[in-house]
Design a protein around this ligand. Structure first.
Ligand code: FAD
Ligand code: MLT
Ligand code: ZN
Length: 474
């Protein structure tokens, strides 16, 4: 039974947004269940405001009723941070209706869009104006710009263009009090005090609700070439990265590494993708070279790099995509690892980072530790080697009950991996964020002073604890 105060709030929300945009019945699983289907919550209501003013009005109404709010974009997050808890008392605020591209300023090289814009639509809007918006990730067909900012998403182009944070020049944010912070300036230099934009980016909906953003655009490269290389070890992959930086400079726009078992899963579940070179090598690397001159120039430089790498022994075999469709297929293989893992069954995900120079030793020592401590585990190791971020995932032993495996081993696996990350001075979350999945681990791995400051910031900006409570910090 809903409490009378909640009923008053529902009436107020319906007045603000109209019946159609305050959902309390029917199938709400798209909003209430996380992407990996690990957790299902229950909302008091799913609200779908269509403007910044409506978001502000909803926040004010919730603050008055002392009801907490979970902001949500595309619900592709991987740390259970964007769905309601199971109390039935939280309002799930979906930004999906706020999906307009507000402006493209060609001379300023910026694009301003609303938070609910699907990332792929932002990329396409930039492309139609002749520019590149470089943020790119496997979920780009459904994740939103607001979600990308709230999680400071990484993806496959970070090695050249940085995380979402580095691409953002301004934000429009609704505060926990329902005020609107208008900071969509698009300025590349502005030293008028604290940079609140950076506080909001990566705050996972706990400090404010992002309603729009001004993002950087880049000139479209004249050519983008993709190669797939077999490498004898992680150390050789790191050496290849060094060679690529040396010979291609800023041309290195993608550098992904994939372990043999990760590719075996893609081959098993999506044989039509025809994964190249994976059977005879422990790791493959996907490299992308962007060139501002011409395709011929790009190809000549790329082939020169691969010849050097073959001579040097850090590559044992390689293919360069002949055309765009072959390049897309190679990227599709890489992006299908997450889905192939999901097909294989429940698994334990990590998105750790360590300094690139430490990655070979991290992998060697952590592989040995896990296989020694937990019999039969299968390691799915892949990720964004170019920026030091690995998806060092753990799949249950073949044929075992995956629910039981997770119940019995998830905490232990996480502790082993996180302690190893700590030994190598890394981070337990390089890109997916903390959400509710890592909120209890964070105090063990974050500097205590930094954590205490985070708690004080949360309290200062959201004293009622209304915005996404229980996520990131407690
Ligand atoms: P949601 O899942 O809806 O929300 C994520 C978090 O942000 C929640 O805490 C939510 O409360 C908050 N939030 C959402 N919108 C707002 C807003 N407007 N204001 C304030 N808070 C908000 N992530 C990477 O970093 N790199 C990858 O390469 C990558 N690849 C992926 C591949 C697949 C197949 C999948 C399923 C996920 C992948 N992810 C990756 C994770 C996910 O896509 C990103 O975290 C993405 O940025 C989330 O966007 P979203 O719109 O789906 O956010
Ligand atoms: C990726 O890089 O593919 C993602 O971050 C998703 C994942 O970790 O599965
Ligand atoms: Zn990733």
């Amino acid at each position: 039974m809903r409490q009378p105060a909640s009923l008053d709030l529902l009436i107020a929300l319906r007045e603000l947004l109209g019946e159609a945009h305050v959902l309390t019945s029917g199938d709400l699983s798209a909003y209430e269940q996380d992407w990996r289907k690990r957790t299902r919550g229950q909302a008091l209501a799913v609200v779908r405001p269509g403007s910044t003013q409506q978001v502000a009005d909803v926040v004010k109404a919730c603050a008055q009723a002392n009801v907490s709010i979970v902001p949500q974009g595309g619900n592709t997050g991987l740390v259970v941070g964007g769905i309601p808890d199971n109390t039935g008392a939280q309002v799930l605020l979906s930004l999906q209706r706020m999906n307009a591209i507000r402006a493209i300023d060609a001379d300023n090289l910026t694009l301003t869009a609303e938070a609910g814009c699907v990332l792929q639509n932002v990329q396409q809007a930039a492309e139609q104006s002749g520019f590149l918006f470089p943020l790119s990730l496997g979920a780009e067909g459904s994740c939103t710009l607001g979600g990308n900012l709230a999680t400071n998403a990484g993806g496959t182009q970070v090695v050249r263009y940085g995380n979402t944070r580095e691409l953002c020049l301004g934000l429009e944010v609704v505060t926990a009090q329902g005020d609107v912070m208008h900071s969509l300036s698009g300025l590349r230099k502005d030293n008028t005090g604290y940079d609140l934009r950076h506080l909001m980016i990566g705050s996972e909906g706990t400090l404010g609700i992002i309603t729009a953003a001004t993002m950087k655009l880049y000139p479209m490269p004249a050519a983008r070439l993709t190669a797939w290389a077999a490498v004898p070890s992680v150390a050789h992959a790191v050496k290849l990265l060094g060679l690529a930086h040396q010979h291609l400079g800023a041309g290195v726009t993608g550098f992904e590494m994939m372990g043999q078992f990760a590719l075996r899963l893609v081959d098993k579940h999506y044989p039509q993708l025809r994964v190249p070179l994976w059977q005879d090598t422990p790791y493959c690397v996907l490299l992308e070279n962007s060139d501002s001159e011409s395709e011929a120039h790009a190809r000549q430089r790329f082939e020169h790099l691969l010849e050097l790498a073959l001579e040097d022994g850090c590559v044992s075999d390689a293919v360069v995509a002949e055309n765009l469709s072959q390049a897309r297929n190679l990227w599709h293989i890489r992006e299908s690892i997450t889905l192939a893992q999901a097909e294989e069954g429940l698994n334990i995900k990590h998105d750790i980072s360590v300094p690139i120079s430490s990655i070979p030793r991290f992998v060697e020592e952590t592989d040995a530790l896990l296989t020694r401590e937990i019999s039969g585990v299968r390691l799915v190791n892949f990720g964004h080697l170019g920026d030091g971020n690995l998806h060092y995932n753990v799949q249950a032993p073949e044929g075992c009950d995956t629910q039981a495996f997770l119940r019995d081993h998830e905490d232990r696996v996480n502790a082993l991996v996180y302690q190893s990350v700590k030994r190598f001075k890394g981070s337990i979350s390089a890109e997916h964020g903390v959400g509710s999945m890592k909120v209890d681990s964070l105090p063990h791995y974050k500097d205590p002073v930094a954590l205490a400051l985070m708690q004080r910031i949360k309290h200062a900006l959201d004293p009622q604890g209304l915005l996404n409570p229980g996520r990131v910090v407690r």
